[in-house]
Design a protein around this ligand. Structure first.
Ligand SMILES: [Zn+2]
Length: 492
């Protein structure tokens, strides 16, 4: 007898009801998992999204084409789907960015990427002395003293190897930008953390509150400038940035829905963001998982499966600007949040799903363990109960809704993160197919399972902040102020 059976023994009626539900759901789940492992249009969809639509930052024509494409693919599959418009607020799109380094008879023009929420420069560019700011540590600013004021700070960074390095980079840059602002610097020029001229976009930590030009400079040219500075050559950096910084933009999420039969008011949500940055094709981040959710929806409908609870598979928009689409969703669906059983996010590329982050809900761990057990052959799986900030579970976490993020093997996610090489060839679509089966099986499990955890109160969420590094992560990503001001997250 399984543990599940023993738990139910106290109530014969409950046991019979559960047995009926389980008999039905087991075959549904098995058929869904088998279908997702078989030949489906998943890889073709990912190719279309990566190559035909391409990079699709929020506010771009490609982003609108991506929404149209997703709606069309869901319609082709017979899946009911709708567009839900939300306020993006502060949008940021690079139109052009270039730079020039001059000094002592030298002139060269390194390729640069403006950092999202960098300001535009005047048409004639912004020129300032370029200074060696080392790694941007406190000691570097002490050494620079008054010379940091009015200067462009050239900041060296380690070569990025993996996802851990990425989080370190985000943490460090948030602190560096604070010091740069306090020192009155004209702007920051980061040595690219990727080799061979590869550029990428990292949001300026303070987001739209930023008032300085910020760029990532191709590594080899930036290191040339750094060596020149260290050997005593005075250099001037001129940066030209033209960015669309609309303040009242809107965009659309795509919400696919398979209505529940016995508990249609209870919602099981799984989401993946459809927007991406523009330097690459947005395959790993996050076209792969958007295509994955379309395939899950497609197979549920194709097999004629009828979940007990309503399944919502959401393709978020505006994620890269600070999870604006999922923030818009929790506002628009505030009255339903008590009835959201779980809200999950898949957003770490194409590496194998190794389990789920349960984001400070230890009570969620045994449920996920149990619902993944039938897919154990696709594992092993281990859940990590630590809050993670940086994708579309965030506003559900702040709203107290049980939430998950798929944890994935790093694969090539870190080195191609937000970069020009985030392209189709980086994704192993065989692994993506296995992940579709894992996610599909879990979503189906939640839709059939009788368990429902209570929603956390404001005080519960605050207590989570007090005992973990959640608040620090929020500050790193410029997401603290909304919670502190009471404009984001569950009200007390
Ligand atoms: Zn992403």
């Amino acid at each position: 007898m399984s543990n599940r059976g023993r738990v139910a023994v106290g109530c014969v009626l409950g046991l019979l009801a559960m047995a009926r539900l389980r008999a039905a759901d087991d075959s549904g789940r098995d058929r869904l998992v088998a279908a997702l492992l078989g030949p489906t249009p998943l890889a073709d969809d990912l190719e279309a999204l990566s190559d035909r639509v391409g990079g699709r930052p929020t506010g771009s024509d490609a982003n609108r084409r991506a929404v149209d494409w997703a709606m069309a693919r869901l319609a082709d599959a017979g899946v009911a789907a709708r567009r839900e418009r939300f306020a993006v607020g502060d949008q940021w799109l690079e139109r052009s960015a270039r730079a020039e380094v001059r000094g002592d008879g030298l002139v060269f023009a390194p390729r640069v990427a403006a950092m999202p929420f960098s300001i535009s420069t005047p048409a004639g560019g912004t020129s300032a002395p370029l200074v060696d700011a080392g790694r941007g540590a406190s000691a570097d600013f002490t050494r620079l003293g008054a010379t940091a004021r009015g200067a462009f700070l050239l900041v060296e960074q380690d070569l990025l190897a993996d996802v851990d390095g990425l989080f370190r980079e985000y943490n460090e840059t948030a602190a560096i930008e604070q010091r740069a602002r306090a020192a009155g610097a004209a702007g920051v020029a980061y040595v690219s953390s990727r080799a061979s001229g590869l550029l990428y976009r990292h949001n300026v930590a303070v987001g739209a509150a930023n008032r300085a030009p910020m760029v990532v400079v191709e590594r080899e040219a930036a290191m040339r400038a750094m060596r020149l500075l260290r050997h005593g050559t005075s250099l001037t950096l001129t940066v030209w940035i033209d960015a669309d910084q609309s303040t009242s933009a809107s965009a659309e999420n795509v919400v696919a829905e398979i209505p529940g039969t016995s508990h249609p008011d209870e919602i099981v949500l799984m989401g993946a963001h459809l927007d991406s940055w523009d330097l690459g094709g947005g395959t790993l981040d996050n076209g792969a998982n958007a295509a994955l959710l379309i395939d899950v929806a497609r197979q549920i409908v194709r097999l004629g499966l009828k979940p007990a609870r309503t399944i919502r598979l959401v393709l978020w928009n505006g994620e890269e600007l600070g999870m604006r689409g999922s923030f818009g969703y929790v506002q628009a669906h505030a009255a339903e949040l008590d009835r959201h059983v779980v809200a999950g996010a898949v957003d770490i590329g194409c590496g194998r799903v190794t389990g789920f982050f349960t984001n400070g809900r230890p009570d969620l761990v045994p449920i996920v363990d149990r619902l993944l057990a039938p897919q154990a052959g696709l594992g092993p799986f281990a859940q990590v109960d630590a809050p993670v900030v940086g994708t579309d579970n965030f506003d559900f976490l702040l709203e107290g809704v049980p939430n998950l993020i798929a944890n994935q093997a790093p694969a090539l996610y870190g080195p191609s993160y937000h970069a020009a090489n985030d392209q189709l060839e980086q994704c192993d679509t065989g692994t993506l197919r296995l992940n579709a089966a894992v996610i599909g099986g879990l979503v189906w499990g939640f839709a059939q399972d009788g368990t429902r955890l209570p929603r956390h109160t404001h005080a519960d969420v605050q207590a989570l902040m007090d005992r973990t590094d959640l608040a620090d992560q929020m500050k790193t990503f410029g997401l603290w102020d909304g919670w502190a001001a009471g404009t984001r997250g569950r009200k007390p």
